[in-house]
Design a protein around this ligand. Structure first.
Ligand code: KIV
Ligand code: ZN
Length: 515
């Protein structure tokens, strides 16, 4: 008999805590809808008490999602829990996820509370949350570094209060698989009412062991894994959803667990998240990296051609990789375009958006003879990112001059809050000149932390996808832009990041309680 492994996705909460990964309400909603299509069991939509914007995002997701449970994080206090409950009110199925640190280090130095106070607060928090729902998850933060006797006491008490899921957090990524499994086993054995809760694991990747630790936890009886798309998350990230799902699915002989996820939606979800957050996926990343299914060596290619499973343990199409074939061209009509959007699982909100995307496709087809699925995905996410209603800056036109022996020069015309402005500048190269021309008008005072260009498909005709990371007053944001002209893509990415800086309110970090 096999059990089910619950997939709890926290891309929109823990993933968003990565510096620069902040998203707008609409971006979160798009990701949440895609996660629902991926059929994850639980979507942690955010930390509702963190700010008004975060509250609204959780509320919008709770109202829109029908098939997955929607959760909000809440610290173990009445205000956070009430805000979470309020934001989740419209959900078909809701969960309040409350937490408090239980390691001696965190209790003494961060919370400045005694173990007894933490014990009481954990109990009261779960008791209070029960007023709103019986679907309550409790996490002992820094659980993997907590003293086991104390952990047993707290967890027994919160289960008695009604917590249905107990999530052991390896908050700082310190665990090693054998020890982490031993911890889960010990807690399940020693806590008298442990069978009244589903055991869950939440592992960070600081030592590159998040997936290994989570799977060790599963072998010790955990039946929920908390994870994120592309392993996004604080510092080195969280457990990668795609790796957990495909490990359990591919090695069903070993894990003997069922998973509800539709694996063919993995790659589209990965692309959506990287497009929106600006966190590019490394080419050799398992499952979703561009090279994950590419066989470069002649021996491997020969083997795969003779019999696929000589070198392939999974099929690229089973995780949603398209065959990278030319799908559309200059002569393709609106219906063929719409059908391709449908086949790719892309749903635009209105006919106006389909028309706008089709126009962008036609413009692209004018300059690029072969249009691949990846081009369509980039075009749609570029449209969503650069046509936000609260857009302050928009690119109208640009021109550069660069010639051997001459210093490059750029002229950029922008719409700044609806008013047209033109800036000019020299620079070390056309990109530098363009970004300086923009700065001559916006004077953002930001620091450029990262600039990177990635070819979306192969060949020199490919669209370039540019990621820009900016910092200002302690806030970090990413902007992404795609275009066959990488200088235009750079300008779009830069303006996208500036728009994010202007449109986002401050929010609390759940763990530190600071902005
Ligand atoms: O890493 C962590 O401890 C968390 C908890 C809130 C579960 O994200
Ligand atoms: Zn975490």
């Amino acid at each position: 008999m096999s059990d089910k492994l619950i997939i709890f996705d926290t891309t929109l909460r823990d993933g968003e805590q990565s510096p620069g990964a902040s998203m707008t309400r609409d971006e979160k909603l798009r990701i949440a809808k895609q996660l629902e299509k991926l059929r994850v069991d639980v979507i942690e939509a955010g930390f509702a008490a963190s700010s008004k914007g975060y509250f609204e995002a959780v509320r919008a997701i709770a109202a829109a999602i029908k098939d997955s449970t929607v959760a909000s994080l809440a610290r173990a206090n009445d205000r956070d829990i009430s805000r979470a409950a309020e934001a989740l009110k419209g959900a078909n199925s809701m969960r309040i996820h409350t937490f408090i640190a239980t390691s001696a280090l965190h209790m003494e130095k961060k919370l400045r509370m005694t173990p007894e106070q933490v014990f009481e607060q954990a109990k009261l928090a779960v008791r209070f949350a029960r007023k709103f729902t019986d679907n309550i998850e409790f996490s002992p933060e820094d659980g993997s570094r907590s003293e086991v006797d104390f952990l047993c006491r707290v967890l027994e008490a919160v289960i008695t209060e009604g917590a249905r899921t107990i999530n052991i957090a390896d908050t700082v990524g310190y665990a090693v698989p054998e020890r982490f499994a031993e911890l889960i086993r010990t807690l399940r054995e020693r806590i008298p009412n442990s069978d009244k809760a589903v055991w869950s694991v939440h592992c960070h990747n600081d030592l590159g062991m998040a997936v290994a630790n989570s799977l060790a936890g599963v072998m010790a009886g955990a039946r929920q894994v908390e994870c994120t798309i592309n392993g996004l998350g604080e510092r080195a990230g969280n457990t990668s959803l795609e790796e957990i799902v495909m490990a359990v699915r591919t090695r069903r002989d070993f894990f003997n667990l069922d998973i509800g996820v539709d694996t063919t939606q993995i790659v589209p979800t990965s692309k959506l998240v990287s497009g929106i957050t600006g966190f590019a996926v490394q080419p050799n990343k398992a499952i979703v990296g561009a090279n994950a299914f590419a066989h470069a060596s002649g021996i491997h290619q020969d083997g795969v051609l003779k019999q696929r499973d000589t070198y392939e343990i999974m099929r690229a199409e089973d995780v949603g990789w398209s065959t990278n074939k030319i799908v559309l061209g200059k002569l393709s009509g609106r219906n063929a375009f719409k059908q391709r959007l449908h086949d790719l699982g892309i749903e635009l909100d209105s006919e106006t958006e389909v028309n706008a995307a089709f126009q962008r496709f036609k413009d692209l087809a004018d300059v690029k003879s072969e249009i691949f699925d990846e081009d369509i995905q980039a075009l749609v996410s570029d449209q969503a990112v650069h046509h936000e209603p609260d857009e302050h800056y928009r690119l109208i036109s640009m021109a550069q001059r660069s010639e051997t022996g001459e210093r490059p020069h750029a002229r950029v015309t922008l719409s700044i809050d609806g008013k047209e402005e033109t800036g000019e500048s020299d620079g070390n190269g056309p990109v530098d000149a363009t970004l300086k021309a923009i700065e001559s008008k916006v004077r953002s005072g930001t620091e450029l932390l990262l600039y990177s260009v990635n070819a979306i498909t192969t060949g020199t005709e490919s669209q370039g996808e540019v990621t820009v990371r900016l910092a200002k007053s302690g806030r970090i944001v990413n902007g992404v832009g795609a275009d066959p002209d990488i200088v235009i893509a750079s300008a779009k990415a830069y303006l996208g990041a500036l728009n994010k800086l202007l449109s986002r309110g401050d929010r609390l970090n759940p763990q530190t309680g600071t902005i």
